[in-house]
Design a binder for this molecule. Structure first.
Ligand SMILES: Nc1ncnc2c1ncn2[C@@H]1O[C@H](COP(=O)(O)OP(=O)(O)O)[C@@H](O)[C@H]1O
Ligand SMILES: [Mg+2]
Length: 235
């Protein structure tokens, strides 16, 4: 089966600083795959490379088997790639509805129907539709950022640390949302520092260290791995 997304041996850097060193990973249709690693490991950089926000120094990224090197960053969303960035990056001075509508560029004709789907998924956003995004709570902002991505009818949803900065209760809610999206058929690449939660949700995971895959396997294998238990779970 062709991977939906494949990163094949990519190097990425910032100026003279090389961050990703031969990173390879795959996401297959219908999977939740989690990309794990401590702060600074290169997780966000990998997602930026997929979106075309950072150039590759080496390697190739494939989406539905097609090399992305020929596709400029601004055209990749139209292929069905959507990133919910670290820190949400909402337009704080625009309303919730306006933020959501800005995500609809790929499918203007279906924008109203997709907005309704987002409101069914997140009833809270319907209640807050006219409110400025900047006035939402952290959890609501994360819902709005995910909703904005859903407006583009993505084939692959990439979530960069959706639980970051949320209270424990909201973290639970956020993982439930990701689980519901997956149950509804969405393919998800989930970047997390919360290993336990992410591995409970995902089928497989990759642990990266200094820009390369250190460990990979099924979630059960990773959760049982002594190196992970001591280095990341403090067990
Ligand atoms: N814009 C940037 N310019 C220079 N270095 C950066 C930039 N963004 C990230 N880095 C560096 O790249 C490394 C990986 O960062 P990042 O991909 O954000 O890691 P993670 O998301 O895993 O925490 C870090 O050492 C970070 O300091
Ligand atoms: Mg990051």
């Amino acid at each position: 089966m062709t991977a939906l997304l494949e990163l094949r041996d990519i190097d990425v850097g910032y100026g003279d600083v090389q961050v990703l060193r031969g990173l390879s990973l795959e996401v297959h249709p219908g999977e939740i795959v989690t990309l794990l690693g401590s702060n600074g490991a290169g997780k966000t950089t990998a997602l930026r490379a997929v979106c075309g926000l950072r150039p590759l120094l080496k390697g190739e990224i494939f989406f539905e088997g097609q090399p992305l090197s020929a596709v400029p960053g601004h055209r990749r969303a139209a292929l069905g790639l959507s990133l919910v960035p670290e820190g949400r990056e909402l337009w704080s001075q625009l309303s919730v509805r306006e933020n959501l509508e800005l995500g609809a560029f790929r499918s203007r004709a279906r924008a109203a129907a997709n907005l309704e789907k987002v409101f069914v998924l997140f009833p809270r956003l319907r209640e807050r539709a006219a409110q400025l995004a900047g006035s939402l709570s952290g959890g609501e902002q994360q819902m709005c950022a995910i909703g904005r991505s859903m407006m583009s009818e993505p084939k692959l949803l990439m979530l960069d640390e959706p639980s970051l900065g949320l209270s424990p209760l909201l973290v639970e809610q956020m993982f439930k949302i990701v689980s519901d999206l997956h149950a509804a058929g969405m393919t998800i690449l989930l970047v997390e520092q919360n290993l336990t939660k992410a591995l409970q949700l995902a089928r497989r995971g990759y642990v990266i260290e200094t820009g390369a895959v250190k460990l990979k396997g099924s979630s059960a294998e990773l959760l049982a791995n002594p190196a992970i238990r001591s280095a990341y779970l403090g067990l």
